[in-house]
Design a binder for this molecule. Sequence first.
Ligand code: AP5
Length: 213
Amino acid sequence: MRLILMGAPGSGKGTQAEKLMNEYDCHQISTGVLLRQSIESGSDLGHKVQKIMSEGLLVSDDIVLDLIKNQLSEIGDDGFLLDGYPRNISQAKSLKDLLETINKPLDYTILINVPSEILIKRLSGRRTCSLTGKTLNIYFSSQSELDECLSNGGELLQREDDNEDSIIKRIEVYEEQTEPMIDFYRSAELLLTVDGQGPVDEVYLGLKKLMEL
Ligand code: AP5
């Protein structure tokens, strides 16, 4: 399986990618996760991208293309699920060229559709358990899930870019730069769309149905 999960910030790409990865044998490649790891490690790349990411802007196309090339070469012939890449038409074209060169064509791109008022609540409520790394939400996770982290001595951490200004900027950037990719993939007959408004498990069922078609 070789696919792109596309959707606005907070649409549930990371959440659904994790579920898909557990059930289908493939690797999740998230440029957001890779960039945050580079910040945490204090690398030169991390220093370069930290301010841009905290402001909700996109880092340069060259940087993310290098990350993707490295990851694809590491996973060899295994399947992959791209989460957060590509994010503009130029990245979509670079990915197309790269996949042609390595002879790994995409199966499809799945767009997770969620209205912006829901996105803001999901992003402002997102927390990560410091012990398990699990993504939770103070508005949508069950009390028992939140307690499980806290009662074991964990903390519910908030991402640096999940503040109001950055959330608004990220949604704006998505509408201006990422949404035009919808037509790009529709024209290539690679676009599938799933309703991402319902609870996590319901969205996942919708995704699986699409993939089984
Ligand atoms: P990235 O990490 O990709 O962030 P994003 O696109 O803003 O997406 P998010 O991770 O915020 O949302 P998500 O859709 O994964 O939602 P999640 O599943 O976590 O990118 C961060 C930054 O890195 C960018 O701003 C940019 O600076 C840079 N970057 C990354 N890639 C780049 C690229 N290609 N080019 C240039 N720059 C790049 O869910 C969100 C919350 O909602 C969670 O709390 C979750 O529990 C909850 N939730 C999920 N689904 C549901 C549901 N169905 N019902 C209720 N709650 C739900």
